[in-house]
Write a protein that binds this ligand. Structure first.
Ligand SMILES: Cc1ncc(COP(=O)(O)O)c(C=O)c1O
Length: 472
């Protein structure tokens, strides 16, 4: 007993930042974070769209936990539900049922029935990558095939199976081969077209190139005699998230889906980052009028309050006859805290007109950053947005060459916490993505007002002026 108490004493009380950093250096794996900043930044408190450091300095957050906290830190309605659930039914083994799980599955199932006219079921897990793993099992189980397509620049998570369908070799290099690596297909990243075309004249050349792979058996994808493809599914983010919030042309996915349907290949829609109105619709894929066969989701479903992820699959892929009880599950999969918050979040999304909110505010934000691009053409090469998913691509003086160095500098400058928000000392929290790590991927809080968006843009401009004064 006395040993236990003294062990506890040795880890308390709260320490100053220098001591904590020493402990972090010695005891924390650096593998579970990115360690972009040296030293990494501590935060103490979060509210609305601000993070507060240990000195109480506010940091305007334009990435909202990679879009997991879209509805604002400390969202009262969702927090209250979490607190109630802690007092009511905080824990329950997933072999038993609780109403929140069933109601949440039904809410998502009904929503998809109304959107796509398709019946289906919902399967829960915790964390996006785990839900991707579950979807891979559903694909393999229903098609009897292992091979899938995925996009270059796509990101589906860091578990072994999810890394195998994520294009970066960097994420796989040190871990050997463990699952079938996807065949990676160029994404329609029109600002840097992989085929060197221009959007105005390309006539979706990239889709034609994909289609050509099925022309003859010698292209390796298709057995014309059997009328069968070797590939079971295509994994796609409707808007590439980690890839730099890259928005495809409107016509791209319908054209791709047509080919997939002709070849009996499933479309798995990864909505983990773009789902739940980030891109102006409940599912981002709705922007492209395409019906996916499987939808994978996570992050903002609980506003990041309690890990919960899941997938929806068409009935014929997931009915108990084909995907029987115990096919794949986890202790925490449909946990009562997550499903309670998820259910409330979905109710909130049904009650509030988030489509109008995110489209209106996103359009306002995009207009502001486009204006910034016009004023700083030697810094910003491209801007784009759909709903409240926005991108600012930082480039060299020619407006095209990716400028990763300047991007890193601006990111670090925002973290100093000494920008001027109309007289208030403030920091700016940004997230860097993109193929060349030169894109600020903005996922602002849905509650931001236009006046607050103005402040965010002013702070961003201060970063430009501080970090690239010679190019302003
Ligand atoms: C599109 C997409 N898929 C999958 C994942 C993996 O989710 P998680 O980090 O919860 O495992 C992410 C995370 O950023 C993502 O953005």
């Amino acid at each position: 007993m006395s040993t236990a108490i003294s062990e506890f004493e040795s880890i308390a009380p709260a320490m100053d930042e220098r001591e904590l950093l020493e402990l972090e250096r010695k005891y924390c794996s650096w593998g579970d974070t990115v360690h972009y900043l040296d030293p990494p930044k501590f935060f103490e408190r979060a509210e609305g769209h601000y993070l507060y450091d240990r000195e109480g300095t506010p940091y305007l957050d334009l990435q909202m936990w990679y879009s997991a906290a879209s509805f604002g830190y400390g969202n009262q309605r969702l927090n209250d539900v979490l607190k109630d659930q802690i007092d009511k039914l905080p824990q329950l083994a997933c072999q038993y049922l609780h109403s929140e799980k069933v109601e949440l599955a039904a809410a998502i199932g009904r929503l998809n029935e109304s959107k796509f006219g398709l019946e289906g079921r919902v399967h829960f897990n915790v964390g996006g990558a785990q839900a991707i793993e579950d979807s891979l099992k559903i694909v393999r189980n229903s098609t009897g095939k292992n091979l899938v397509f995925a996009f270059m620049g796509g990101y589906h998570g860091r578990t072994l199976g999810a890394s195998a369908i994520t294009s970066s070799y960097r994420y796989r290099r040190r871990f050997g081969h463990f699952a079938d690596r996807a065949h990676f297909v160029p994404f329609p990243y029109c600002f840097r077209c992989p085929y060197g075309k221009k959007r105005e004249t390309c006539e979706l050349y990239c889709v034609d190139q994909f289609a050509k792979n099925f022309d003859t058996e010698y292209n390796s994808f298709w057995d014309a005699k059997a009328g069968e493809s070797e590939f079971a599914a295509f994994y796609a983010e409707p808007i590439q998230a980690t890839g730099g919030y890259v928005i495809p042309p409107r016509e791209y996915f319908p054209a791709l889906k047509k080919i997939l349907d002709e070849r009996n290949i499933l479309l798995v829609d990864d909505e983990i980052q773009m789902g739940f109105y980030r891109a102006g619709k409940f599912w981002a894929m709705e922007n492209f009028d395409v019906e996916p066969d499987i939808i994978v989701f996570g992050k903002a479903l609980t506003n990041g309050l309690n890990p919960l992820s899941g997938l929806w699959a068409r009935e014929e892929l997931i009915s108990p006859e084909v995907f029987p009880p115990g096919s794949t599950h986890s202790t925490f999969s449909s946990n009562p805290l997550g499903t309670a918050v998820g259910l409330e979040a979905v109710r909130m999304m049904e009650e509030e007109n988030y489509e109008e909110i995110t489209r209106r505010k996103g359009a306002y934000f995009l207009a502001q950053i486009r204006e910034l691009q016009q004023r700083y053409p030697k810094v910003i090469g491209d801007t784009d947005g759909m709903g409240m998913a926005l991108r600012i691509e930082i480039c060299g003086e020619d407006g095209f060459e990716p400028d990763r160095e300047l991007t890193d500098k601006m990111f670090a400058e925002g973290m100093k916490g000494d920008l001027d928000a109309r007289g208030r000392r403030t920091g700016l929290v940004l997230d860097v993505g993109g193929y060349y790590k030169n894109v600020f991927t903005l996922a602002p809080c849905f509650d931001m007002t236009e006046a607050e968006i103005d402040i965010g843009v002013e702070l961003f401009e201060q970063l430009i002026r501080r970090c690239a004064p010679e190019r302003t």
